[in-house]
Design a protein around this ligand. Structure first.
Ligand SMILES: Cc1ncc(C[n+]2csc(CCOP(=O)(O)OP(=O)(O)O)c2C)c(N)n1
Ligand SMILES: [Mg+2]
Length: 310
């Protein structure tokens, strides 16, 4: 996460560095998640995990537009959001292991983490009214910050979300609702779980809505910037609907799609492949070696840490 003004400068003045930074950010998420899945399979972690693999461009684009006053509410698929927020991979790895040095002392696990103004909770939809309430606090306290809350396509089936949209529109609260439509809610395809349209849900409440389908971080960035700025400048809610793909299973193994289908999606919509095409081989290798070192150090150090005293 960078300050908006700095992000803007980087975006315009040094596009090579900016392209590298975005790639580096997404690669960190990818390699962290791959390692987490491998460690779960090896029985080294507790609880559950929901990998963000395939959706990295969303987080990279959005978090670049936020600053330290902004409050973020993430969901069960929170690792990518947390790393893009600037969170420490080591403390996240320790949390997945239930270690005392984890983000919340090893008590929250994969889905329930907190650091600075970043929160996550695995109850689908439950975070939406909380984030909306925090947006009210931001407004009353005149902090200049906004609230951002992430939901999946399946979470649009939760009724409490619509109460929140109603209140935030009525009270003009600075909250950005980000919907990451990865086309599945666990094993249910979106066409079996969602009637009508994504956009109409928000527009019914008079909420300004931005929507796009892309796995290219540079395509998503201007939409993220406009959506965040709209909320910040007008103290009004907005929705940012991002149609994307997840490449891994819902959690550790549940996936109705066959291997060929996933391979086809990966070949066309991998945000890392798309962004790598803008870099030199040297840059790609450099990012890989930096990220591998960070992820390996995070997990190795966390493994050596103690469990909390009960
Ligand atoms: C209230 C509630 N019901 C059910 C679950 C179990 N659950 C966890 S994730 C999930 C699917 C979520 O789908 P979606 O909102 O599309 O997010 P995605 O997993 O695709 O990112 C379900 C049913 C839950 N965590 N909370
Ligand atoms: Mg989904």
């Amino acid at each position: 996460m960078r300050h908006v003004a700095i992000a803007y400068l980087c975006y315009n003045s040094n596009s090579m560095t900016h392209n590298y930074d975005l790639y580096h950010q997404m690669l960190l998420i990818r390699r962290f998640e791959e390692r987490a899945l491998a460690e779960f399979s090896a029985g080294k972690l507790f609880g559950t995990t929901h990998a963000y693999i395939g959706q990295e461009a969303d987080a990279a684009a959005i978090f670049e537009m936020l600053n330290s006053r902004d409050i973020v509410w993430s969901n069960h698929r929170c690792h990518g959001h947390f790393l893009a927020y600037g969170g420490d991979p080591y403390r996240l790895a320790a949390e997945l292991m239930g270690k005392a040095t984890g983000l919340v002392g090893g008590r929250g696990g994969s889905q329930h983490i907190h650091w600075r103004n970043f929160y996550s909770n695995g109850i689908q939809g439950g975070i939406v009214p909380v984030a909306t309430g925090m947006a009210l606090a931001q407004k009353v306290q005149k902090t200049g910050g906004i609230a951002v809350v992430f939901c999946g396509d399946g979470t649009l089936g939760e009724g409490v979300l619509y109460e929140s949209l109603n209140i935030s529109a009525l009270w003009q609260l600075p909250v950005l609702y980000v919907v990451e439509d990865n086309r599945y809610a666990q094993t249910t395809p979106v066409e079996k779980g969602l009637s009508g349209s994504f956009r109409a849900r928000f527009e019914a409440f008079g909420i300004k809505t931005f929507e796009l389908e892309s796995s290219d971080v540079l395509t998503i960035t201007p939409y993220a910037e406009e959506a965040v700025q709209f909320v910040r400048d007008n103290s009004r809610p907005a929705a940012l609907i991002l149609h994307t793909y997840r490449f891994s299973a819902h959690s550790k193994g549940d996936d109705p799609r066959d291997r060929d289908t996933i391979a086809k999606i990966r070949a066309e919509f991998d945000p890392l492949t798309i962004q790598a095409a803008r870099l030199t081989t040297i840059e790609i290798d450099q990012a890989e070696s930096e990220v591998s070192m960070v992820v390996d150090a995070a997990f190795t150090r966390a493994h050596a840490d103690p469990f909390p005293v009960l």
